[in-house]
Design a binder for this molecule. Structure first.
Ligand SMILES: CC(C)(COP(=O)(O)OP(=O)(O)OC[C@H]1O[C@@H](n2cnc3c(N)ncnc32)[C@H](O)[C@@H]1OP(=O)(O)O)[C@@H](O)C(=O)NCCC(=O)NCCS
Length: 137
């Protein structure tokens, strides 16, 4: 069709092509946002990262940190607003769960409103306890 370009979402399991600038639009709604350098570092230092691309644009990502033995934690999942509700978030979680399939525990924290979303992906709702040191962002 003339003038129409259909962009496929691509998923990459590494960040070799990623720049700090690619992460500038993320961390929506955070009271205090980490610098783009910190955003890049946290992905670089994660045990697992999956990045979603539409063309050259980074439109979503998920990361996981582990003890390389039993436990894995998924700290962050985000899709840019204009790319939401197209299944990208779902795909990122499913791909991450596949990567983490040999772990005993796979945990994440989320708002109550997102509990049904994660339940559909196989998670169980539990009580979580957290500490947040905003000075350390
Ligand atoms: C949560 C998020 C990653 C979902 O990404 P997505 O690509 O839109 O997800 P999918 O297209 O696979 O699924 C869309 C579903 O997300 C669910 N959803 C998204 N945000 C939600 C919210 N705040 N509350 C409840 N459900 C939500 C809905 O059930 C929606 O289903 P619908 O299409 O029937 O309405 C995305 O909304 C996002 O980045 N939000 C901001 C960051 C965030 O909350 N991250 C999760 C941290 S635990």
């Amino acid at each position: 069709m003339e003038g129409y370009t259909c962009k496929m979402t691509e998923y990459k399991n590494e960040i070799t092509e990623l720049t700090e600038e690619d992460l500038a639009e993320f961390f929506e709604g955070w009271k205090k946002k980490p610098s783009t350098a910190k955003r890049f570092n946290l992905l670089k230092n994660s045990d697992f990262v999956i990045v979603a691309y539409e063309g050259n644009r980074v439109v979503g990502f998920i990361n996981a940190v582990t003890d390389k033995t039993l436990s894995a934690y998924i700290p962050l999942l985000e899709v840019l607003p204009e790319y939401r509700k197209k299944g990208i978030g779902n795909e990122l979680v499913k791909r991450m769960l596949e990567q983490l399939k040999d772990y005993y525990m796979i945990d994440l924290c989320c708002d109550t409103s997102l509990a049904p979303y994660y339940k559909k992906l196989g998670f169980t709702e539990v009580t979580g306890m957290i500490i947040r040191n905003y000075d350390n962002i």
